[in-house]
Design a protein around this ligand. Structure first.
Ligand code: C5P
Length: 398
């Protein structure tokens, strides 16, 4: 999986550093070479000797080590790898990366490198959720840094929540994806996301409350597994992910045209909340309040059903077509019927009644319906739901 690839592994000072020793073993078992760099704090958790023994390579720890500088300068070290991996990426390391600090070997290497960087964050849940950490993450994501995790679960500090470092096997998969060797490498997936805006006149439109969060998370997760993603998005609140090809659209008609133009694809995921109707003829100028005081009458036409159109294609139909069903009642029955009617392969059904807080919220509780039956997933963050769906798509396209 990593034949001949060279990984520069920066180990931060957190309790999860012990898992990094297993990661070193896995990288080598997959045919990769790994050079560990330990921060001063990391040495409190794992010894340079264990890292060096497992890596079968020299371990670097000091910026001002004269022998190291004579043998291999820190600039050269930072560029000698195919990928730089930071695991565990502590809150402090992320802050240094986001702020561009270079006051020790690890941060200097991260500033000097011109190779892609993958981070595996690990920290206490409060630290993870702290606005400063979230700001740093956004900065790093905008810089195009790859990320895996953190996972949600019991933490070494006794608390529960997001902050556990991803398991070494999952980090290994992410390394492969970042190097273009992931389970979806070579696959093309089209994802629709967000609402559509259907104009009434030049200033007014029909829309819905979709934020685009779920579709964005799906596109990100698919790209994280190595897929080439075409992301066709309506005017969403959530910013589109980095590392995907973004096609912004406004209306359902434009979305359909953009999807058709993006084919062929191996899979298509229709997460957009497309408006069902559009105004038959949008006014060219702003509609004025009538003198009579009577409100204008809007004639509506049905929009094209993008999912059903693509699922029914004879030519160019993606191997896997996935739709969503946002329902407020009889979720399972309605979604099962929808899957058959629209002829898609899978439907991801969710209850969007206002009391669930799902529409526009951070979490989702979905049921995956295919030809064989239905499988309910526990309520989780939209990011987690996206990861799980992306992994299922990777399995299906194998
Ligand atoms: O609105 P509805 O419940 O029918 O949406 C189900 C699925 O169909 C969703 O995946 C949605 O993205 C897709 N859809 C579409 N074009 C439409 C309406 C819905 O692609 N005009």
């Amino acid at each position: 999986m990593l034949d001949g690839k060279r990984i520069l592994l920066i180990v931060g000072g957190g309790i999860a550093a012990f898992k990094t020793l297993e990661l070193i073993r896995l990288i080598r078992k997959s045919g990769g070479a790994v050079t560990p760099v330990l921060t001063r704090a990391a040495k409190e958790f794992v010894t340079p000797l264990s890292a060096s023994a497992l890596a079968a390579d020299k371990v670097y720890t000091d910026l001002f080590d004269l022998t190291d500088e004579a043998e291999m300068g820190h600039i050269e070290l930072s560029r000698s790898a195919d990928l730089v991996v930071v695991a565990p990426a502590t809150a402090d390391l992320l802050a240094k990366m986001a702020g561009g600090h270079a006051d020790d070997l690890a941060s200097t290497l991260l500033m000097a490198t011109d190779t892609p960087v993958l981070i595996a964050p690990a920290m206490n849940v409060r630290m993870w959720l702290h606005p400063a950490n979230q700001r740093n993450l956004t900065t790093l994501e905008n810089d195009g840094i790859f990320r895996i995790g953190p996972d949600e679960g019991d933490m070494a500090c006794g608390e529960y929540g997001p902050g556990r470092m991803a398991e070494p096997e999952a980090i290994l998969d992410s390394i492969a994806s970042a190097l273009g060797n992931g389970p979806l490498s070579g696959k093309h997936v089209v994802v629709t996301s967000g609402p559509t805006h259907e104009p009434i006149d030049p200033v007014r439109y029909i829309a819905n409350r979709s934020s685009g969060a779920q579709g964005t998370a799906i596109a990100k997760a698919l790209a994280g597994l190595g897929a080439k993603v075409t992301f066709v998005t309506g005017p969403a609140e959530v910013a589109p992910p980095s590392g995907v090809s973004v096609i912004p659209v406004e209306t359902a008609d434009q979305m359909l045209n953009a999807v058709k133009a993006a084919l062929p694809a191996d899979a298509a995921v229709f997460a957009a909340a497309v408006a069902d109707w559009r105004v038959t003829r949008a006014a060219k100028g702003k509609i004025k309040k009538g003198k009579s005081g009577a409100p204008p009458k809007l004639n509506l036409d049905e929009n094209p059903d993008i999912l059903a159109t693509v699922a029914r294609m004879r030519k160019n139909r993606p191997e896997l077509v996935v739709g969503f069903a946002a329902e407020t009642d009889n979720v399972l029955a309605n979604a099962t019927a929808k899957r058959k009617r629209k002829r898609c392969d899978w439907i991801v059904a969710n209850d969007v009644s206002p009391e669930t807080g799902i529409m526009g919220g951070d979490e989702n509780a979905v049921t995956l319906i295919d030809a064989k039956g239905a499988e309910s997933w526990p309520r989780a963050s939209k990011v987690e739901v996206a990861r799980r769906l992306a992994a299922r798509i990777a399995d299906a396209l194998k």
